[in-house]
Design a protein around this ligand. Structure first.
Ligand code: CA
Length: 227
């Protein structure tokens, strides 16, 4: 089995060293970059399976690095932030990170998140426009949804919401972002609408809507599809 490659972008040597040691111990092939520009150069050479990216970096900061990577790749990115409340702001910026960890963090927690994100991204098998998650099958072409119990009947909007979240599995979206992406311009924009649609969608897609398997609430932020 080939080792997963991880690029760690962190300018604080002691943090970089600890993260490096923990990830190597877990069997990953790790490269370090200490600033944003070198991170992008290293990214192109190394082609990592995952990037651990510090937000505050000299030169090009973590946001810029994330945008550059996202412009041409879906490589999972875990952002390291200075404070927990920065996470809301980052999610609001739609930079497309797959997970966030606030500093100070335990290296063991980071290693666990790395493992979870890699598992999640490798589990999403996309064949054409059909997304499969365990028993759930979502076809973008025929706009149909099935699970172990059979076909699930959704309204157009419910389908759009489900398909959008599932296509970006693991990514957290605020209600406003969902309004922008799923409801488009035609809608005046009331984020209560998202809550209502999510509740209906859960009642149709989730066998136990009070304990959803896929359609998760991220408290204080919004929603995500957990594959
Ligand atoms: Ca830093």
């Amino acid at each position: 089995m080939t080792q997963d490659r991880i690029l760690v972008v962190e300018d604080e040597p002691t943090v970089a060293e600890v993260v490096d040691r923990y990830l190597r111990r877990d069997g990953y092939d790790v490269r370090l970059a200490h600033d944003g520009l070198r991170a992008l150069a290293e990214y192109d050479r190394f082609l990592p399976d995952l990037v651990v990216l510090d937000l505050m970096l000299p030169g090009l900061d973590g946001l810029e690095v994330c945008r550059h990577i996202r412009a041409h790749a879906t490589t999972p990115i875990i952002m390291l932030t200075a404070r927990g409340d920065e996470v809301d702001k980052l999610v609001g910026l739609q930079i497309g990170a797959d997970d966030y960890i606030a500093k100070p963090f335990s290296p063991r927690e980071l290693a666990a998140r790395v493992k979870a994100v890699l598992r999640r991204t490798s589990m999403v098998q996309q064949d054409g426009d059909t997304l499969r998650f365990n028993g759930l099958r979502i076809s973008g072409r025929t706009r149909t949804v099935e699970d172990e119990r059979g076909a699930i009947s959704l309204t157009a909007r419910e389908f759009d919401l489900l398909f959008f979240l599932a296509r970006h599995a693991g990514q957290v979206f605020s209600r406003d972002q969902l309004l922008d992406n799923v409801w488009d311009y035609e809608f005046p924009g009331d984020d209560g609408t998202v809550t209502v649609h999510m509740r209906r969608l859960r009642s149709k897609v989730e066998p136990d809507p009070s304990r959803p398997r896929h359609l998760k609430t991220v408290w204080g932020v919004g929603y995500k599809f957990e594959p």
